[in-house]
Design a protein around this ligand. Structure first.
Ligand code: FES
Length: 123
């Protein structure tokens, strides 16, 4: 069971929700289920609207989660992912700061998801 905390200027206060272990729901699907207004358009990793910043509440427990090819391409085009970060994620299990909510699946780590509410904005 992972606790996913959403934080945004659009929300009166942070909201923590549970993600069930083994669930393959994306953060975007989890947000929608809980009426958390992360912007989105394509739901397919192409548009970058659903940009989020992810921080791990217990960094030592974080796990390698593969970036999808679409996510790599879109985040790179947005200037939110460097070649170094791709290498760190793939070789050193260090997750990048920014992800796409429609591609990112929280497994059993607790994370805080930050978004601005502006499509493609995360800080
Ligand atoms: S909704 Fe388009 S990239 Fe996520």
């Amino acid at each position: 069971m992972a606790i996913v905390t959403f934080s945004s200027p659009l929300m009166h206060k942070d909201k923590a929700v549970y993600a069930i272990a083994g669930d393959t729901k994306t953060i975007l699907a989890l947000a929608e289920e809980n009426r958390i207004p992360i912007p989105f358009e394509c739901r397919d990793g192409n548009c970058g609207s659903c940009l989020i910043e992810v921080s791990y509440d217990a960094p030592e427990r974080k796990k390698a989660i593969m970036l999808t090819d679409k996510e790599k391409l879109t985040l790179t085009q947005l200037g939110k992912l460097t070649a170094q970060e791709i290498e760190d994620a793939e070789v050193r299990d260090m997750p990048p700061r920014y992800r796409l909510a429609c591609q990112f699946i929280a497994r059993d780590e607790d994370v805080t998801i930050t978004f601005t509410g502006n499509p493609g904005g995360a800080d």
